[in-house]
Design a protein around this ligand. Sequence first.
Ligand code: 4AD
Ligand code: MG
Length: 476
Amino acid sequence: MKLTVSQLLSSDKKDIDIQVNGWVRTFRANRFIALNDGSTINNIQCVIDFENTNPDTLKRITTGAAVLISGTLVASQGKGQSLEIQASNIEILGDSDPETYPIQPKKHSFEFLRENAHLRTRTNTFSAVMRLRSSLSFAVHKYFTENGFYNMHTPIITGSDAEGAGEMFRVSTLDQKNPPLTEAGDIDHTQNFFGKDTNLTVSGQLEAETYAMSLGKVYTFGPTFRAENSNTSRHLSEFWMIEPEVAFMDLAGNMDLAESFMKSVISYVLEHNKDDIQFLENRLIQEDKSKPQAERSEMTLTEKLNFVVDNNFKRVSYTEAIDILRNCKPNKKKKFKYLINEWGADLQSEHERFLVEKHFKCPVILFDYPANIKAFYMRLNEDGKTVRAMDILFPGIGEIVGGSQREERLDVLKEKMAALNIPEEELWWYLDLRKYGTAVHSGFGLGFERLVMFATGMSNIRDVIPYPRTPQNAEF
Ligand code: 4AD
Ligand code: MG
């Protein structure tokens, strides 16, 4: 019977004949193979009968080799594991060159592993991170399905700029050296593949709104692309975003939904990914030991995750937040790179992190931002200067969710678009929603990688997506 390492380690049967596939992590004393197949963070120990094993085979058991082991699952004689395999036969499926195999049984830097991203999931850290990523993805679909949402696939190629920030990757089949030109000398996109200028989507929200206004509750979970030149540990040029959109729901409902959703997916992995979380927690504890006392974390990873699940997110208006920031120590002592002087200032990640990590010490939902620092589609408040926006800020991450109640009034939306030079022709269908049965509706976007960062305690977003795309980097 062929079993996975995970099945073997949790088997309640002993002394059964089994087969197992996997990759050799280590081979010591010509006897003990630590075998891993990706099904769990834990390796299974396979004990080789080296006297009866061909010396040539023994030589080929090196770190990285793919093997098929046949033998008996037995209670372990040694320490550190309760079960092991007494191997009767080992077949080397594919050799590994021990001289050049990049993943040696030693500590590698994350930078080195990024350069070897095709092999990095053969390490404990990256296999744990990617199993958690997969589990979180499942938890997202589970939450929405169980709460009456429909999953919707929004287009990846679009003709609109959903965020109005102009940070888009163009999609074109025109001859780049010699593109057709209009009489005015501009590129003639009527001759382009779609007959118009198109780009990769920065958000599925606008299309999700159309479905919310018929199916009621929908969500998208898809790739999003942003050509912003931010080389930070929290930005990717290609990332995955989860965007629920709900008809007849206002901003307060949106906050409730986001909070319940975040708590649910984090609870899910706390319950289902214990081994991986424990491993990552220990990794962080080790990493902390090399840091000065002041920079060490006050909570373990599990404590941090439980804290989010067990505590209410603090809801604070932008105006209150500005008051706090204006009068806080780092602002008065000019420790912030961007000082907060007046109402209307855009918040930088240093401010967001001060609010979450130093001031409130819990997740924070900031709402009612100044209209002119937020996107065109947000519902204008009665004060005429703020919009029904909300950002959720998480410790160690900063902004993890951005959302809003949408402007449902045709005249107000048209005015806003005109002021920002957004052509009505481009979004005629979006405006139609405000003509035919318009209603209050809201939604938000969660950056999936930022969620994975939080759940795994990884500090660089490049380490929570299989093949990161960032400025100057699209390897693999
Ligand atoms: O705040 P953003 O730009 O909001 C939207 O795109 C809205 N259309 C969402 C909506 O209301 N349906 O992005 C939402 C989230 C951010 O809070 C952040 O977590 C993540 O997406 N995000 C990024 N993650 C990684 N790399 C980037 N470059 C990101 N830009 C945004
Ligand atoms: Mg945002």
